[in-house]
Design a protein around this ligand. Structure first.
Ligand code: GDP
Length: 365
């Protein structure tokens, strides 16, 4: 009887469905469900999902932005393009301070306050060290536990691959998608070590610096440049025995900031104290941000700053693509090694060599 069913000469006989024989339901439905979810979505499906506020689809689209695969990046660009008209409506806040100052605890406290007020909050991070440490900021799932389980909050660790410039570019793109998904407050967290603040400042409306009392600037690694970038400084951990010293530190910072030239925003940076433990001063942070937005929208600075940021993205993107094409050009790749040797042997100056390579590249176009 089996002869009828099994064709011994057919190597694929196991896969054959024979007419007239009822097939069992072989598919595990749970598996089919997972399988379905893993199917590559189309650009339109991604965009619809994002605009519908679907966090799973938003997270998947962000993964495309972070992917090093060209096809993924291409798709991501199309998604971003279609989301752009719906973006831009959030308040973007940069939050910095040395590790341990209380950034994540403050974000957890402030963020929870905001979601309780009905805001939708996205928390992103820029961590220049994440390539080495596999994401020290926000990488640890135990941080911001309440927010992580809050349906009105979306937390995403720092993109880990690439240079600071690359990470910053991806974060800007992620902001666009989060805004299109309806998040109306975006926090970008970074460690206070220098370059990453400049990157964050280039993508946010408002910059908050967290500091500690009793820790010299030297100790906190805070450069004058970072203080100049801050729209507000909060002396954190102003609780218990630390309350008095924090007030004192706040006065010192106020005095120091008074020596800085006024900013073109017309905004005088505010210094205050806060505690993510007692929650004292946490609402102050939000009040100040709102005050800043109202004031700078009224005097036009808010929009000018965003325009300037946009133009900066334009020129950065041009630079990025031109450089990438140049270095990936086969002819240049072949010439570059030899040119380096000539420069090192002082046979040609670095300036002339660079000029020659660029001429060579343009000539081949
Ligand atoms: P981050 O590295 O800047 O994100 O700092 P964390 O938020 O992880 O905080 C570092 C440590 O400081 C943790 O042990 C927190 O519990 C503690 N901490 C954070 N905020 C406060 C605060 O307002 N008061 C006090 N006393 N401790 C705090």
């Amino acid at each position: 009887m089996y002869d009828k069913i099994i064709d011994k000469n057919d190597p694929h006989q196991n896969l054959k469905i024979h007419e007239g024989i009822e097939q069992p339901d072989q598919i595990n439905r749970a598996f089919a469900q997972t399988f379905k979810a893993k199917r590559q979505l189309t650009v339109e499906e991604y965009v619809k999902g994002i605009l519908d506020g679907d966090r799973t689809i938003l997270a998947q689209a962000i993964t495309l932005i972070e992917s090093s695969l060209f096809a993924h990046r291409e798709k991501a660009q199309q998604i971003i393009e279609q989301c752009l008209p719906y973006a831009g409506k959030s308040i973007r806040v940069g939050i910095t301070g040395v590790p341990g100052v209380g950034k994540s605890t403050t974000i957890e406290a402030l963020g929870t306050m905001l979601t309780q007020k009905g805001h939708k909050l996205a928390v992103l991070a820029i961590d220049p060290s994440s390539e080495k440490t596999k994401g020290s900021i926000l990488g640890d799932k135990t941080r911001m536990e309440t927010l992580a389980n809050d349906s009105n909050a979306f937390i995403r660790p720092s993109p880990s691959a690439g240079s600071l410039g690359g990470v910053a570019r991806k974060t800007r793109e992620i902001i666009v998608l989060c805004e299109a998904a309806g998040f109306n407050v975006v926090f970008v967290e970074t460690v206070g070590v220098g370059q990453s603040e400049v990157a964050v400042a280039s993508m946010v409306d408002f910059f908050l610096l967290l500091q500690l009392a009793n820790a010299g600037d030297e100790l906190q690694g805070i450069k004058r440049g970072i203080m100049e970038m801050a729209d507000a400084i909060s002396i954190n951990k102003a609780d218990g025995d630390n309350k008095q010293p924090s007030e004192l530190a706040a006065t010192q910072y106020r005095n120091a900031l008074a020596l800085f030239p006024p900013s073109e925003s017309g905004w005088q940076p505010v210094v205050f104290t806060s505690s993510a433990y007692t929650l004292e001063g946490i609402d102050t942070i939000w009040n100040i941000i709102q005050e800043y937005v109202t004031k700078t929208k009224a005097n036009g600075y808010f929009y000018n700053k965003r325009n300037a940021q946009n133009l900066r993205i334009l020129s950065e993107t041009i630079n990025y693509h031109l450089t990438e094409r140049f270095y990936n050009d086969e002819k240049i790749k072949a010439l570059l090694e030899n040119t380096k040797e000539l420069v090192l042997a002082n046979k040609i100056s670095a300036y002339v060599a660079a000029q020659n390579l660029i001429e060579e590249y343009l000539g081949s176009k």
